[in-house]
Design a protein around this ligand. Structure first.
Ligand SMILES: NC(=O)c1ccc[n+]([C@@H]2O[C@H](COP(=O)([O-])OP(=O)(O)OC[C@H]3O[C@@H](n4cnc5c(N)ncnc54)[C@H](OP(=O)(O)O)[C@@H]3O)[C@@H](O)[C@H]2O)c1
Length: 337
């Protein structure tokens, strides 16, 4: 099998191609021929050693993949040879609350991931691909879409008529936009670029705020809600945005803490959280049950992931460079075979 592995030390220069023996499925295992893998911000951080500097190397990065089952071991009942499947981000998380042990079962670190033409996974670690999606589209769902679903639906209790503010136009945020629209919510998108805001409006967002030209975007968001504040903020900015996100919320609103793009440390006044009855919820992607609920809803409503660009397997490093530049809108995909 062919893989890319981070070898020797972290850094994009050390992301190299390698050959490994083709795996043979043991009991309850499935072998997947990977057709496509998508990039998450986490994958770039993993390659650069910023996600977990203690991660053991070599490591095959990428949590998200889609492909076809080509061999199954004894006892497998969930899938059969020929089935199209996607990876489950945390292989051990089927439903319920996560545990420390579950958080150690994530693909693309600590477990070898999907930047490979072949994966050997437990049958519980794959989810059927909806027939209407291409492999490139399906490969975008396991981390970013499930995270947005967990934030807004599984943990967030989103309702028709709610106002959701999504930050930026990357993978998680564009899925959050699509899911919020699916539930009949009002969507405000922030972005550093007006052309991206225009694309977000075409995709169904109701309002856009440029957070560079309008640094007080939280005030602009409040104004857009008649001074009330939004029901839910999908927070990916981190320390640079968190306090503003609290200010954008209505009394009793919820902020989903998902990303720390501008940093993960800082000081925050806790007073608004208690005085305004705010809910701050951390989100760690999500479980199989959420993933399956998401695919049912997307299938029924014919929701297609927004794919920014597809790179060939031979140009995997260029895909990571593209993510680093931050010019993408939605998801970056690598076609594997
Ligand atoms: N907790 C979880 O389970 C989970 C799951 C997935 C991702 N994440 C995290 O969520 C974040 C986003 O991940 P992703 O894969 O969607 O990334 P991505 O596709 O690279 O999207 C990043 C986008 O966020 C926007 N952005 C960057 N800095 C910002 C800032 N300071 N304030 C507001 N927006 C900003 C930019 O949008 P514009 O270009 O439009 O400005 C940028 O394109 C990352 O930190 C990632 O690690 C967490």
């Amino acid at each position: 099998m062919n893989v890319y592995e981070i070898r020797g030390a972290f850094g994009l220069d050390n992301l190299v191609r390698a050959e490994r023996p083709d795996p043979v499925p043991g009991p309850f295992q499935v072998r997947v021929r990977v057709k496509a893998t998508s990039l998450n911000s986490r994958d770039l951080m993993m390659v650069e050693g910023r996600y977990n500097p203690r991660q053991k190397l070599p490591l095959v990065p990428n949590s998200d993949g889609a492909g076809v089952v080509d061999a199954v071991g004894p006892g497998v009942t969930r899938v059969k040879v020929g089935d199209r499947v996607m990876t489950l981000f945390a292989q051990g998380w089927q439903s319920g609350e996560p545990t420390k042990a579950i958080t150690a079962t994530t693909l693309g670190g600590p477990l070898d991931g999907a930047l490979a033409d072949t994966l050997l996974l437990h049958e519980d670690g794959v989810v059927p691909t909806p027939a209407y999606l291409s492999d490139e589209e399906a490969a975008t769902l396991p981390c970013a879409a499930v995270t947005a679903w967990s934030a807004l639906v599984t943990q967030g209790g989103l309702k028709a008529g709610d106002t959701v503010l999504v930050q930026g136009t990357g993978g998680v945020s564009i899925f959050a936009l699509q899911i919020a629209r699916l539930f009949g919510a009002h969507v405000i998108v922030t972005s550093s670029r007006d052309d991206k805001l225009e694309r977000a409006l075409k995709l169904g967002a109701h309002e856009g705020i440029n957070y560079v030209t309008t640094p007080d975007w939280e005030k602009a968001a409040r104004t857009l809600t008649g001074g009330v504040g939004v029901d839910h903020v999908v927070e990916v900015g981190g320390s640079g945005t968190f306090e503003k996100s609290l200010k954008a919320l209505r009394v009793g609103g919820t902020v989903s803490v998902i990303g720390v793009l501008s940093g993960g440390a800082g000081t925050v006044s806790l007073v608004p959280i208690l005085m305004q009855n705010l809910r701050v919820q951390g989100v760690f992607v999500g479980h199989r049950q959420s993933f399956e609920a998401l695919t049912r809803a997307f299938t029924l409503h014919d929701v297609h992931p927004v794919v920014d660009r597809v790179f060939p397997f031979a140009e995997a490093r260029a895909a990571f460079e593209h993510m680093k530049q931050g010019a993408h809108f939605g998801k970056i995909v690598i076609k594997v075979s």
